[in-house]
Structures are given as structure tokens and as C-alpha cells.
Design a protein around this ligand. Structure first.
Ligand code: SF4
Length: 153
């Protein structure tokens, strides 16, 4: 049985509240980038790590300890989440960090396919900039314009 880990994007997980439904759904049904695992010997998900946030150009080794934690449980492969593959400027550096010390671990670039990659990127851009639906901020409290929910009795 293949033991696998998933390396996800911290921004997508923490800023956009992604629950990895696409990654995990495709894993369960052995679709997307999990389709090559045999039906009679499905992969075991050992764990999910994420990058820890955008590193500097020389900071990709920040995932090293996290990868090591997966290695301790004998992973054979690490899937980069499809968000990371589509969005991350450090993708290749992360792959180098993994494969330099662990050339035996297979790195798979992706977890699931997108119906429309351009629409996905456009949507993420808005999620990050929040131009259309602006969330409330500390200044709304400071300037006494904050909107509050009706109090429950
Ligand atoms: S480094 Fe890449 S994977 Fe990590 S938060 Fe930044 S864009 Fe996402």
C-alpha cells in the first residue's frame, strides 16, 4: 500500500478557509492525480502538511521539518495540492527541498483537476484582495461604523 502525504498552500487553507474538499474527495474516489493508484490497493493518507506561508526566495526549506514528519511515517509519495501547483511561485523550490534529501519519495504535482483554471485564478485573486465584498476591519470599529448582528434575547 502506498503511503502518501499532501503538501498544501497555507494561504489557501488559512486565508480562504479551504477544507481541501477537492483534494480529499479525489483521493477517496481515486480520481484526479490519484487515479494511478490501483483500486485493489488504494493509498493510505498519512498526513497533510502545509508550507507555513510564503517564504522568501531562499526560504523554501521551511517545509523541511514538516516533510521530515511525514518521512517518519514512511511516506512513498507527496502530492502537492493543486492550488499550490497553480498558484505558488515556490513550487519548484519546494520540490527541490523534498527531493534533495529524499530522492526515493515520489513528488506528484497535483491532487485534482480544475474545470476552469483561469476562473479559479480569477476567483482566488478576488478572495485575496476582497475588492467586491469588503470585510469589516478594525477601522470600522475605530470609526464607529461597524455593523453588528441583532442581539439574541
Ligand atoms: S509559499 Fe506558495 S504554497 Fe505557501 S502560502 Fe505562499 S503561495 Fe501558498
Amino acid at each position: 500500500m502506498a503511503k502518501i502525504g499532501i503538501l498544501g498552500c497555507e494561504s489557501v487553507t488559512n486565508e480562504m478557509n479551504c477544507v481541501m474538499i477537492g483534494c480529499l474527495g479525489n483521493l477517496r474516489s481515486r480520481e484526479g492525480l490519484f487515479k494511478d493508484y490501483p483500486e485493489d490497493d488504494p493509498p493510505e493518507l498519512v498526513g497533510i502538511i502545509n508550507c507555513g506561508g510564503c517564504p522568501t526566495a531562499v526560504g523554501s526549506d521551511r517545509i523541511w521539518q514538516k516533510v521530515q514528519a511525514l518521512v517518519d511515517y514512511g511516506v512513498n509519495a507527496i502530492h502537492l495540492s493543486s492550488c499550490l501547483v497553480q498558484l505558488c511561485p515556490f513550487k519548484d523550490a519546494f520540490i527541490t527541498t523534498i527531493q534533495t534529501d529524499h530522492p526515493d519519495i515520489k513528488v506528484v504535482e497535483g491532487t485534482h483537476f480544475f474545470h476552469d483554471e483561469d476562473a479559479f485564478k480569477t476567483g482566488v485573486k478576488e478572495l485575496l484582495s476582497q475588492r467586491v465584498v469588503t470585510p469589516q476591519r478594525m477601522n470600522d470599529l475605530v470609526f464607529k461604523r461597524i455593523k453588528l448582528p441583532d442581539e439574541k434575547s
